[in-house]
Design a protein around this ligand. Sequence first.
Ligand code: SIN
Ligand code: FE2
Length: 224
Amino acid sequence: MSKIMEKSLNFSGTCSGARVNANGLVHVPGYLDPDAQRVLLHDIESALAAAPLFQPRMPKTGKAFSVRMSNCGGLGWVSDRDGGYRYQATHPDTGQPWPPIPEIALRAWKELAAYPFAPEACLINFYNAAAHMGLHQDRDEADLAAPVLSLSLGASCIFRVGGTQRGGKTVALELCSGDAVLLAGPARLAYHGVARIIPGTSTLLPDDGRINLTLRRVTQPSCR
Ligand code: SIN
Ligand code: FE2
């Protein structure tokens, strides 16, 4: 896990090895080394035993997402036909509070987020080999000064990121197991999505599975 410690933030708020994409997105390839990836996966598997993956659905149409989801933290992101996109403190199927955010994910937030308050939500997206995620903005959070920090485990994917207008040009980057991505500053409201999973790129998860975690601050901190 030493790599996590080595890659500390420098004064400009970026990380050694980080690449800033044309749209302002920060990509840190290999942020988590293989040991850290295994520990984080183990923690996520424990969280999923308590808060099983659920099937999110599109507001209004009720169409099922191709990814399944769960959450860690005080708040979790959910979506269903009648209630739409929202954060809530309990699992939609079990009614139980979400499990705590894994230590490694909290440490990544401290090192990369350049934001003084703790994350409140950690969305767990599980992709099978056929899953994808359409272009969208992450805008259900009250404090858009806080970044969204993403950590990827398992199969690589083609991630697309554009500007802040729907329908604009996007660029593609490959996200691999262990990579971190920061949607912050000019890229905080960038449209982004996962075009497809790239099969045969990781053995961390069986059957070309991919897990993506996104850490988010949801509410406005009260003491500024
Ligand atoms: C998301 O935008 O919620 C997920 C992004 C990813 O899977 O990399
Ligand atoms: Fe997103």
